[in-house]
Design a protein around this ligand. Structure first.
Ligand code: SF4
Length: 510
């Protein structure tokens, strides 16, 4: 075998990973032999099916019902009722927490932490590699990797690392492979690795452990590592390696990207802008063709469009196509989304939900952030989308340098007043991207001792510090009855990945 691709735990186990599916598409297109292991879903199921040796009633009950809880998520039963859903995910999470706690880690359905190993400190990641037996997933991945290496002897092993929650276990797996086969070529890529490399003052702390770190799209590099010449044609993702996995969703989900970077790239708080990722879209015609091909090949029940923001051109092309597979994705508020006819066409094209970066209800804040939207446009878009039956997952951002208490209050007023048009809410506290143009104008400090941290602390120019922002969110924002009602609708752990299923359930998609 030329290449073994590994998707390390932990990320939400609701769908196949987008990056390895793209790499698999590229390798297949170029006729190379490869294998993909989704160690995330495999590892989580290993913990969930572990020994039920708990003494407390809650955990014993969770173990007793583990198969029911899994089945209620995969069959869709859990999505008929939020109480039933919460009971299922809390039960699974209880088992993960109990089992991982025995090794000093904390694993949940969307995170991995272990006090002794910080994912933002390179020394800790190197130590996680050396001390791989301490990783809670070691009994699983040790056996699994050994079996593959004995049988298939890959010449290159590639890891796809997108989230901090994957870093400690990715390095533990790398350490295990290094010990077993010191000469094996190990390559690390993915979104998190790209952010490291594109960050300020990057110097590789992992030499000797990882042979190569790849920034950006990895298709061309993986094809050449597999010994083939890159054709230059973007391949369609290949989901066939993921078909055997029972992801925790009631329909098969296919994540799909039509671009990297962002067509807008002007929001001052955005890591995409800080890292200077160039915008590279597929032409709208090709994106639609791939979308159609994907639906035919992988027959997903839902397509998750993973672009940072769907471009207006792509949205228009989507709206013009005939209804096919249901889909959802991230979009900027634009004038066309305020057009009821356009939204109705978008709905007919299968759009179930749009994730919208509303950010603030204060025009001054939006202007300073470079969002390029007017508050009235957000209101009109919320109205039109709601009227068309497309759910909105609204993203709000608090504590930006441009905000103060009064401006945050306007966001609360905005949200409460238009709560009837908002299906789901994501509330974030602003993190200052290291190396952003904003950082240069602020008094900054390191709030993490990690050399790999992508963010910096800063003295808020209006005194609206993080602790005050958090207090406001906890004591005022979340407690407003209209906001609390929306927040109660948010699926715990899986959030926007499972929200479309609640919407589809309500609208009885067939
Ligand atoms: S629209 Fe989204 S991805 Fe694009 S720059 Fe703004 S925040 Fe970043």
């Amino acid at each position: 075998m030329d290449i073994l691709l590994i998707h390390p735990p932990v990320v939400k186990p609701s769908e196949p990973p987008a990056g390895p599916a793209r790499l698999a598409g590229a390798l297949r297109e170029h006729g190379r032999s490869f294998m993909v292991v989704d160690a995330n879903i495999e590892g989580l199921l290993y913990l969930l099916n572990g020994r039920a040796d708990a003494s407390d009633t809650w955990t014993r009950r969770a173990f007793l019902h583990v198969q029911d809880s899994l089945a209620s998520l995969t069959s869709g039963r859990a999505f008929s009722n939020m109480d039933r859903y919460t009971q299922a995910v809390n039960g699974l999470n209880r088992i993960l927490s109990f089992t991982s706690g025995k090794s000093g880690a904390h694993v949940s359905l969307n995170n991995y932490t272990q006090e002794a190993y910080s994912p933002v400190r390179s020394q800790d990641l190197v130590r996680a590699a050396l001390e791989h037996e301490n990783n809670v997933f070691y009994p699983y991945f040790g056996r699994r990797l050994l079996g593959i290496l004995d049988k298939d002897e890959p010449s290159v092993v590639g890891f796809s690392l997108n989230y901090l929650s994957q870093a400690v276990t990715a390095f533990a797996m790398i350490g295990f492979l290094r010990k077993l086969h010191p000469g094996m070529k190990i390559v690390l890529g993915g979104g998190l690795v790209t952010s490291w490399i594109n960050g300020q003052g990057w110097s590789n702390p992992f030499s000797g452990l990882v042979d190569e770190l790849v920034a950006g799209k990895g298709e061309e590099r993986i094809v050449s590592l597999a010994g083939a010449r890159w054709s230059g044609v973007e391949p369609v993702p290949d989901y066939s390696p993921f078909l055997p996995y029972a992801y925790l969703s009631p329909r098969k989900v296919a994540p799909f990207s039509t671009s990297s970077g962002c067509y807008w790239a002007k929001c001052s708080f955005c890591p995409e802008k800080a890292e200077g990722t160039p915008y590279s879209p597929l032409p709208a015609g090709r994106a639609l063709k791939d979308f159609g091909q994907l639906s035919a090949l992988a027959s997903p029940g839902l397509v998750h469009v993973c672009d940072n923001a769907l471009s207006p051109a792509l949205l228009k092309s989507m709206a013009d196509r005939e209804q096919a597979t249901p889909w959802y994705g991230f979009a900027r508020v634009t004038r066309s989304l305020a057009d009821p006819d356009f939204c109705a066409r978008l709905k007919r094209s299968g759009c179930v939900m749009l994730k919208l970066g509303i950010e603030s209800g204060d025009q001054g804040v939006l202007d300073e952030l470079g969002k390029g939207i007017r508050v009235e446009e957000s209101i009109n878009a919320l109205r039109a989308l709601h009227a068309s039956g497309i759910a909105v997952y609204a993203y709000l951002l608090f504590g930006t340098p441009a905000e103060d208490y009064a401006a945050a209050g306007k966001t609360l007023e905005f949200t409460a007043e238009h709560s009837g048009f908002i299906g789901f809410l994501n509330l974030s506290v602003f993190n200052l991207p290291r190396g952003s143009s904003e950082a240069a104008a602020l008094e900054t400090y390191d709030f993490s001792e990690g050399d790999l941290s992508l963010y910096q602390g800063f003295v808020h120019p209006r005194g609206w510090e993080r602790n005050l922002v958090r207090q406001f969110l906890d004591k005022e924002f979340r407690r407003h009855p209209a906001v609390a009602r929306i927040l109660r609708a948010d699926p715990p752990f899986f959030t926007s990945n499972h929200a479309p299923f609640f919407v589809m359930n309500r609208l009885e998609y067939s």
